[in-house]
Design a protein around this ligand. Structure first.
Ligand SMILES: [Zn+2]
Length: 117
């Protein structure tokens, strides 16, 4: 992979990271607002807890994605970006373009998801 390609992936990853930052801030704002509302109207405690559960899993996947993106950026810096962490093969460019934060090729990803890795 040449420097120009690495630069374009770095830009994609940084853009994703920036939009995740926005989402996390919006998420926090919504939490703050839902608190204020429940104080006013008394709030349905069970429904509130249910919402919080959904919210925390959303936040968790955002955190996981943030970590993946930061990991991909580190791999760009140390020159291993585009190499599968499972089989050390090359990750196809189409896969990186669709999802620049991936660190496994598709066969390895499938094995990983099946719990075989
Ligand atoms: Zn692989």
């Amino acid at each position: 992979m040449n420097t120009k390609q690495l630069d374009s992936y770095r830009k994609l990853l940084n853009d994703q990271l920036a939009s995740l930052g926005d989402a996390a801030q919006l998420h926090q704002k919504q939490l703050d607002e839902s608190h204020t509302t429940s104080d006013f109207v008394g709030g349905d405690r069970a429904a509130e807890l249910e919402n919080m559960e959904v919210d925390s899993s959303v936040a968790e996947s955002e955190i996981n994605l943030t970590k993946k993106i930061q990991h991909a950026l580190e791999r760009i810096n140390n020159g291993t970006y585009g190499t599968c962490e499972g089989c050390q093969g090359e990750i196809p460019a189409a896969r990186l373009e669709a999802k620049p934060s991936v660190s496994l090729c598709l066969p390895c990803q499938e094995k990983h998801e099946a719990g075989a890795v």
